[in-house]
Ligand binder design. Structure first.
Ligand code: DHB
Ligand code: FE
Length: 287
């Protein structure tokens, strides 16, 4: 049976990828950010996930404004990264898990989520930068299932809908009959705005409130409209939708394993949150 071993949320700023490419992790600018991942690496050794299901937002590499699915899911045996113009090296391909992908698709469509299914999908920085952060040695020890949520072209799906999508993904994973240790990822945010009059906007109070609610009361975040999220977190801070979806996939009550918050990385408030399901842990211990 498949098991969700944890849920990790992180920012995905492209400059992180370029810092990794330059081995700048210990530079004073980067150290407080990269040091936040030491505890994650130690946890990964214990949790030993073999599949990553990741909620992320494509920024124009795979989908563009002419064709923009609200929710898309990969069902490919292999996924490639490609040059987006950020000057980042193109990373080695990622092994898919098409059996799990199709299981999720069946379940999600059955649960009235009209997913766009992608048997080819280029993965942009929002997917690959978090993978590099988790596995800096570069050989990916996990299979992957990417789930893309539109946060580029309005109208965007609501926080409530993204949370419900995450919950449906969590239920689908629970019913997957094969052995799999699944790590849920949500990438993006926290507060940032890259252009317009408020370029450079950061809202630490709002970010920390979100990180707190994501642990104990994620439903509280589903009451925000996207207009309110943009107001509070900035135009691109609306990527918090990915964190809300990821939290939905984690069954029951959550325990915070680790967190970090560092401002700024490029134009972004960089957040990191690692959660485990309390209820799943208790069930496992009882078994
Ligand atoms: C930045 C942040 C993002 O989330 C992104 O997708 C691109 C750039 C930044 O802060 O530079
Ligand atoms: Fe982004």
């Amino acid at each position: 049976m498949a098991e969700i071993v944890g849920c990790l949320m992180t920012s995905h700023v492209p400059a992180i990828g370029s810092a990794i490419a330059r081995s700048a992790q210990q530079d004073p600018y980067w150290k407080p950010f990269f040091d936040g991942f030491k505890a994650v690496h130690a946890w990964l050794e214990r949790a030993r996930p073999d599949v990553v299901v990741m909620f992320y937002n494509d920024h124009g590499l795979n989908f563009f404004l002419d064709k923009m699915p609200t929710f898309a899911i990969g069902a490919a045996p292999v996924y490639h990264n490609a040059d987006e113009g950020w000057g980042l090296p193109v990373l080695p391909p990622f092994r898919g898990d098409s059996i799990l992908s199709w299981h999720l698709i069946e379940h999600l469509v059955d649960a009235n989520f009209d997913m766009t299914t992608c048997q080819e999908m280029l993965l942009d920085h929002a997917f690959v930068v978090p993978m590099e952060l988790l596995w800096p040695q570069g050989a990916w020890p996990v299979r992957v299932v990417p789930i893309a949520i539109n946060t580029v072209q309005h109208p965007l799906p609501s926080a409530a809908r993204c949370h419900a999508l995450g919950q449906a993904v969590g239920q689908a994973i629970k019913s997957f009959p094969q052995e799999a240790r699944v790590l849920i990822l949500g990438t993006g945010g926290l507060s940032h705005q890259l252009d317009g009059q408020r370029a450079g906007f950061i809202n630490k109070d709002f970010d920390l409130m979100c990180m707190d609610r994501l642990v104990n009361d994620p439903a509280a975040l589903t009451t925000y409209t996207n207009r309110e999220l943009v107001e509070q977190a900035g135009t691109q801070g609306v990527e918090i939708l990915m964190w809300i979806a990821a939290r939905g996939a984690l069954p029951g009550r959550a325990r915070k394993v680790h967190s970090n918050y560092h401002v700024p990385i490029s134009n972004t408030a960089a957040g990191l949150l690692l959660l485990e399901s309390v209820d799943a842990k208790a069930r496992l211990r009882a078994a």
